[in-house]
Design a protein around this ligand. Structure first.
Ligand code: FCB
Length: 470
């Protein structure tokens, strides 16, 4: 008699309550920018500025998710996702960013949440994925403290509308990008290039998070923020490389982690940011460091950093001109010859285990979720569909890295693939495809890629095969 190997022996299993999700963001997928009372956001203004987005692309139509969300929820259901991370468009809910609420905008998210719940998929909304109402930018944007207060009000409005059906809330997505790509390098909306504004924006995004998280938690919700963390390695043992790595790790990782999880900014980063004034007031850091129920970690790659002259800046946009690292403008980034994605980002899954174990080891305990991880590749449609073995390999390797982190005691509770759908990839427009589902941007047809089917089988088995990409 042959005995069948048990599931546990044939796969690297994840906890039975592990959350298996996929993620998107409002401006990248919704389209319908002038429908049902939505107001303009900084991304509408920015994308319509000539020469800032590849191909002159905009999110005007995107992948028309606003009208096709029913089909998209059915797709998620067919893949077996247990959760869907999406973002709420602030200017759809509150067109001017303060005051009047747009009932039709809230209704859209009510319909979406209801459709998800009916399909057995847990909604994981993010309140801010970079689409600030333009009116608030006109009043100073994130460098203005008032924006943080407006954000907390908006969070309460959304919670009032869907809080009875939504348990897990993310306040801000990647405040580093919003602050430093938006206000220092100008690669992202609103396209300002002013270091002082960027550090103030970073502080106010965190303050907005803290106030919103307190309001949400006070109303019984679970809340946290999602940060983009990087493994950071000096290019050599040379002191200038080691110091460059300290600076980038400082502004990219520790600035946010220390503030959110310890209620303080790292001293060395504050010194690097001299002479800028962050606009910190008494009590702010207590608010920012207030209790959270989870931390979202977005991971894409490792930075190998040098302080020596002449290395290329990290690729942040096709039009990158200024550094998004105030105080460390001299720092360069080195590639070491690993395989790259279509973004030119070197693939290094060991960095994901590294950032997860680092957060668990260096900070007070908090449940972690990988809220974004994925890769762009130049997908092509053939008679067989869309075969994307490179993306399967990327996802597989990074899920192994998650499994390794869990094995080392990291309280990792879920994973969200970026992205559910091909979409508007910010400064790269529609040129970079991150979806596990292909979208024909002409017809809006959705075609699940091999990676979607592979991910679906991983979810079905509750784990990955013992050998790669099984
Ligand atoms: C992250 C963003 C997300 C997407 C991926 C590729 O920085 O949060 O919207 O652009 O990168």
């Amino acid at each position: 008699m042959t005995t069948q190997p048990s599931q546990a022996e044939t796969r690297l299993g994840f906890p039975t309550d592990f959350v298996w999700g996929a993620a998107t963001a409002a401006y990248q997928i919704e389209g319908a920018v002038a429908v049902d009372g939505r107001g303009p956001s900084i991304w509408d203004t920015f994308a319509h500025t000539p020469g800032v987005v590849l191909g002159g692309d905009t999110g005007d139509v995107a992948v028309d998710h606003y009208h096709r969300f029913g089909e998209d929820v059915a797709l998620m259901s067919s893949l077996g996702l247990s959760a869907y991370r999406f973002s709420i468009s602030w200017p759809r809910v509150q067109p001017g960013g303060s005051g009047a609420v747009n009932a039709k905008g809230l209704d859209f998210y009510r319909r979406l949440v209801d459709a998800l719940l009916t399909a057995g998929i847990e909604p994981w909304p993010t309140l801010y994925h970079w689409d600030l109402p333009q009116e608030l930018e006109d009043k100073g944007g994130w460098p203005a403290r008032d924006t943080a207060y407006r954000f907390a009000e908006y969070a309460a409005i959304v919670h009032e509308a869907i809080g009875d059906r939504v348990a897990h809330w993310t306040t801000v997505n990647e405040p580093w990008c919003a602050a430093f790509l938006g206000y220092a390098s100008g690669d992202h909306a609103p396209g300002r290039r002013d270091p002082e504004s960027s550090v103030r924006a970073a502080h106010h995004l965190l303050l907005g998070h803290g106030m919103a998280a307190a309001a949400l938690r006070g109303a019984g919700a679970q809340a946290g923020a999602a940060v983009n963390l990087y493994a950071v390695t000096p290019a050599s043992e040379a002191p200038e490389d080691v110091d460059a790595a300290r600076r980038i790790d400082g502004l990219q990782n520790r600035f946010f982690l220390d503030a959110l999880l310890r209620g303080r900014y790292p001293e060395d980063v504050l010194a690097d940011l001299e002479p800028y004034d962050l606009g910190v007031r008494d009590g702010d850091l207590e608010i920012i460091g207030g209790p959270i129920d989870m931390l979202g970690v977005n991971y894409y790659n490792r930075f190998i950093v040098t302080g020596k002259e002449g290395a290329a800046p990290a690729i942040t946009s096709p039009f990158a001109q200024a550094s998004p690292w105030p105080g460390s403008e001299h720092v360069g980034f080195v590639q070491v010859g690993r395989p790259v994605t279509a973004m030119g980002w070197e693939i290094d899954e060991s960095g994901l285990t590294e950032v997860l174990t680092r957060v668990a080891a260096d900070y007070p305990p908090v449940p972690l979720y990988v809220t974004e991880n994925g890769a762009a590749f130049d997908d092509v449609v053939s008679a067989e569909g869309v075969e994307d073995p490179d993306r399967v390999a990327y996802l597989d390797a990074h899920l192994r890295a998650c499994h390794a982190a869990i094995g080392q005691g990291v309280p990792l509770r879920g994973y969200f693939a970026w992205s559910l759908l091909d979409n508007f990839e910010w400064g790269w427009g529609y040129a970079k495809r991150f979806g596990i589902v292909y979208v024909d941007f002409e017809t809006q047809a959705r075609i699940p890629k091999t990676s979607a089917r592979w991910y679906s089988s991983v979810i079905g088995r509750g784990g990955i095969g013992l050998s790669s990409a099984e």
